[in-house]
Design a protein around this ligand. Sequence first.
Ligand SMILES: [Ca+2]
Ligand SMILES: [Ca+2]
Length: 225
Amino acid sequence: MHRSVLVLGLILAVACLAQAGIKGAGIALEAELAQRIEEPMKIDDDAVGKGASNGKFIWMEGKPATGGGGEGWAEFDINLSEKGEYAIWGHVLAWDGNSDSFWVTWKPADPDEDAQKTQNTKFRWAVAGGDKWHWDRINAWLDGGTPERTWKIDQPGKTTLRISVREDATMLDALFITTNVKATDPADVNLRLPTAADRELQVKGSTAVDPGGKVTTTWAGLKQR
Ligand SMILES: [Ca+2]
Ligand SMILES: [Ca+2]
């Protein structure tokens, strides 16, 4: 009896450790720490985006329920330690149907294409509405259906993610890149907002994801191994 309780306890402890490991998987990025931001996309700490992670978010400023947009973007340099399939979640705020979309391209999985110019619906992200910060997986808002997007990265190394303004007033606080490409419900992904350690890695300009889920490390560190 006692022994079985002990064994059960050990199994639970191991399960918890495994869970903790999985939780570490993925890259958490602050939108406002993008390597390059082209106006009119801008960093803001305005009251409209109150409660944003790190106190800041990015958007092309605008009012709810009006049109506008189509200019400006933010680019993230992301170094991946492993090839594989990835999904991206955005921590977003979208007031209404006139302020709820971005264009998203992630090279080299996506071509070197300016989605703001080509208006290619494959790169159009219909952001889930909501006037409080929430997670939304990046999708392709086609003219029929909005499948969740998955990017196949063929080799480790530097990638470039560009989030471009489509409709103004759509707000982006943070991103989470994961190898869990199956989950479509935020509750099924170990999403996290960036920690101080995540921000430090991002500022250094080198974040890497280990699909094994144990560590987030710098690209320079990986090359030294
Ligand atoms: Ca708008
Ligand atoms: Ca933020």
